[in-house]
Every structure is written in structure tokens, then in C-alpha cells.
Design a protein around this ligand. Structure first.
Ligand SMILES: [Zn+2]
Length: 455
């Protein structure tokens, strides 16, 4: 038999049919064999993982790593290192300061990403006004089929813009991702917080659940009208879960995602955690957190993403006496898999089959990267993660690869962690360090999933 580049053997492989004993062979960056150990080919490098779990690399579909105006927060190198150490093998970079991304920006970002990232990446486009949706076809031809809009400040887009964008995007087979909080409700409820802004929890109380459910309801109505693929960003509320479950039941093309911080913390943690715990949408109640976990298990929530957007501590601490002044955004890309293992599977709130779907397979499909990414299959990229379910870790800032130097998860005890990460057959993370130089990452154009256009 021909010698291949790499064999990973003696694993418990997380495949679409279940957990199977054996391993994989890798040739030229792709999976060329999936077999019991005795049937694996000879290889230049052989890794015996001693019955640990072998799964596809995660796809982090919502990551703010490289904003040209905020490179003090994170960049393609630091962000992708954190991702790799979290078992992520592909991320989708989203704009941060300006929600617009033009064809010229795309070329610049691809060039910088391919110089700086240690893992593969795709790019989101932004959507605010008419000028943006005129660029949809051109951006799509460049491999960008995911577009981001907001129903809240600072990138507020009205219902008309969203309707126009959604029908235009459906023509290219892409999707519109919407940060769904209603700005009118946010503005009014903020007035009730006067005098209480010194308490971090006021940030959450000023942005009530109804702001999310109203915006989701409106966006679903627009999706029904246009037939375009609506994707609700970072879902946080039980009411939002119900709205989306109902719409899916009616056949509306709607998908959604959830972040590790909303699966881990509640607003009751905010005063203890301080301004670091500010993000949008905010932390909610334990009832909401429970609804998110069960929606993730049931299938109402399609995927997990980080919404990784931390800032230097100084920008967080500006909110020490007035939470409105703090940067909104937290770390997360290094934590997705750990939270799913420890808080999800460890506590009986998630199954391995669902983990495979929400962290790998579904995001690959939603971003048009499947089956190149998101699965262990013959011919797929050898994007792989070895997971040790028995490793116990207390999370500290010094194990994190983010530029920010702090973590919202400081001091948390976790069971289960990624211990090796491979991108196209090259080991990028292991022994708690990054094993490749910046520039290993390649841009991945989205193929676009075909939605029920014209319906
Ligand atoms: Zn975001």
C-alpha cells in the first residue's frame, strides 16, 4: 500500500454514524482513509492517540479577529492562535468598527489573512444601506455569501433595507445574519436605569428579552416575504427560541447560533464578573440559559459560534463606575469546545451527535464549506481535533492565546479539552503551544447553500 503523510490511530472517531474505533490517513492535506487501525496505510508520521476522541475541527462562524481600525484588540495571528488552541480549524471573520466591506477590502483582508492566520478562514460582508446591497453579487463572486446586518445601533438598518438585502442575497444562495435587538425598545428601557449604571447588571436589565423577540419576529416576517435565508446571530432568549422554532415549523428558511458565554453565565454573574461581562446581546436569566441548552440539543439552534470580540482591559475598565462606558465584547473562540464538553456533555445537556452537528457540520453547511470542511470523510480537508475528555483544567488568562490578556472564564474548572489541532493535515496546536508560523491559513470561499429562493 502507498505510504501516506500522516496516520492518526487508536482513536474514538466522532463520525456521522456514531463513535467508531480506528483512525484516519492523510495525504496532501486531505483524508484518504478512515479505517480500523489494522487497515490503515503506512505513513511518514504516525500518532497513536490512546483512545482519545478524534473529531472534525470546529468552524467558528462569528469571530471579530481582524478589524483594520482595531488591531489593538485582536488580529488574524492572535485570534487564529486562540481559535486553534480551542480546536477551531476555520473561522469566519466579521467586521467590527465599520459594518461595510467592499470588494477592495476583501482583497486586502484575504492577503493579510493568508499572511497572518495559522488556520483557515472565510469572510463576512456587511449590510447597512443601498450602497451595500448593490455589491452583493460582486462579493458573492469573490466567495462571500454571508452578510451581517443590525436592527440596533451603531449599524442600524431599517426593515426596508433588510427586506431588500434578503431578497438580493437569496439570489446568490447566501444568507443574511442579523443582530436582532429592537433599537426603539433599547432606547426606552435604558431610561429606566438612571442612577444604576454603576452596577454591571444594569447593562442586561436595560436590554430586555422583548427587544430580542420583537426584532426576531420582524426579521422572520421579512424572511417569509422574501424567501431568503435568514440567520439570527447570537440567540439569547427563551422567547427568541420559541419564535424560531415556530418559524422553522412553518418552513421559513431561518437558522440561528449561540455563544459559549450565553450558555455559561447569567446576569446574576455580572456584578461579580465586572465590566468584562458586558456584551451584546447581554447575559440573560438562568431560565433563558436553560432554554438555549435545550434548543441546542433539540435542533432549534443550528450552531455554536464565539462572537469573539474582546478588547484590551483598559477599554473594559472604562465601565468600572458606569457600565455604559465599557467595551461590549468578550473572548470565546478558545472556549467553545471546552464549554460544549464540560458544561454540555459533562452535565448531560448535550450529546456527541449534537456536538458534531452544531460545532462542525451545520456551520460548514450554512457557510457553504461542506463537505470540504466540517466532517471526517474521504476527500475532506484533514481538519481534525484530538480531544482528551479526562483532562481537568482551571481556566486562567495565561493559557489563552488572545491578544487581550484576560478571559471571562478566569477560574472556571473545566473537564475535557482539545489537545491537538490539525489544519489540512498539518498539526497547528499541541503540547499547549502553536506549532506553525503565521501564514498557514488559507482563505475559503463560501459555496453558498441553496435556499428556497423565490418561494
Ligand atoms: Zn459579533
Amino acid at each position: 500500500m502507498k505510504t501516506v503523510d500522516l496516520v492518526i490511530k487508536n482513536a474514538r472517531m466522532l463520525l456521522e454514524g456514531g463513535v467508531i474505533a480506528g483512525g484516519v490517513g492523510v495525504l496532501d492535506g486531505r483524508i484518504c482513509a478512515i479505517a480500523r487501525d489494522e487497515h490503515l496505510p503506512d505513513a511518514d508520521r504516525e500518532i497513536d492517540v490512546n483512545k482519545k476522541l478524534l473529531m472534525p475541527g470546529l468552524i467558528d462562524g462569528h469571530a471579530h479577529f481582524h478589524d483594520l481600525a482595531m488591531l489593538d484588540h485582536e488580529d488574524f495571528t492572535t485570534g487564529s492562535r486562540a481559535a486553534a488552541a480551542g480546536g477551531v480549524t476555520t473561522f469566519v471573520d466579521m467586521p467590527l468598527t465599520s459594518n461595510v466591506i467592499r470588494p477592495a477590502d476583501v482583497n486586502e483582508k484575504i492577503e493579510q489573512g493568508e499572511k497572518m492566520s495559522v488556520i483557515d478562514f472565510a469572510l463576512y460582508g456587511g449590510m447597512i444601506d443601498a450602497e451595500n446591497y448593490l455589491m452583493i453579487h460582486e462579493l458573492s463572486s469573490m466567495g462571500i455569501d454571508g452578510f451581517k446586518a443590525f436592527t440596533s445601533d451603531p449599524f442600524y438598518a431599517n426593515a426596508g433595507v433588510i427586506a431588500r438585502a434578503l431578497s438580493e442575497i437569496s439570489e446568490v444562495g447566501g444568507h443574511l445574519t442579523i443582530h436582532s435587538e429592537d433599537q426603539g425598545i433599547l432606547t426606552e428601557f435604558a431610561k429606566d436605569m438612571e442612577g444604576d449604571w454603576d452596577a454591571p447588571v444594569s447593562h442586561s436589565l436595560s436590554r430586555p428579552n422583548v427587544a430580542e423577540s420583537v426584532a426576531i419576529g420582524q426579521n422572520i416576517e421579512i424572511a417569509k416575504l422574501t424567501g431568503g435565508h435568514l440567520h439570527i446571530a447570537h440567540l439569547t432568549t427563551a422567547e427568541g427560541v420559541d419564535r424560531i422554532a415556530e418559524a422553522k415549523g412553518e418552513g421559513v428558511t431561518v437558522t440561528t447560533e449561540v455563544c459559549p458565554h450565553h450558555l455559561t453565565f447569567t446576569r446574576d454573574d455580572m456584578n461579580r464578573l465586572g465590566p468584562e461581562s458586558k456584551m451584546n446581546p447581554p447575559l440573560r436569566s438562568s431560565h433563558d440559559r436553560g432554554a438555549l441548552w435545550s434548543a441546542l440539543l433539540r435542533g432549534t439552534i443550528d450552531m455554536t459560534v464565539s462572537d469573539h470580540a474582546p478588547a484590551p482591559m483598559e477599554k473594559k475598565m472604562r465601565g468600572k463606575d458606569d457600565i455604559r462606558e465599557a467595551w461590549a465584547g468578550v473572548d470565546g473562540t478558545q472556549m467553545i469546545l471546552r464549554i460544549l464538553l464540560s458544561e454540555g456533555i459533562g452535565r448531560g445537556r448535550l450529546s456527541f451527535d449534537r456536538l458534531l452537528h452544531v460545532a462542525c457540520r451545520n456551520p460548514a453547511k450554512i457557510f457553504g464549506l461542506y463537505p470540504k470542511k466540517g466532517t471526517i470523510a474521504i476527500g475532506s480537508d484533514a481538519d481534525l481535533v484530538v480531544v482528551d475528555r479526562n483532562v481537568e483544567q482551571t481556566i486562567t488568562a495565561d493559557m489563552m492565546f488572545s491578544k487581550c490578556g484576560w478571559t471571562l472564564y478566569e477560574g472556571m474548572k473545566m473537564q475535557g479539552a482539545p489537545i491537538m489541532t490539525f489544519v489540512r493535515g498539518t498539526q497547528v496546536f499541541g503540547e499547549n503551544r502553536i506549532m506553525v508560523k503565521p501564514g498557514h491559513g488559507e482563505f475559503q470561499p463560501m459555496g453558498g447553500i441553496r435556499t428556497n429562493r423565490g418561494k
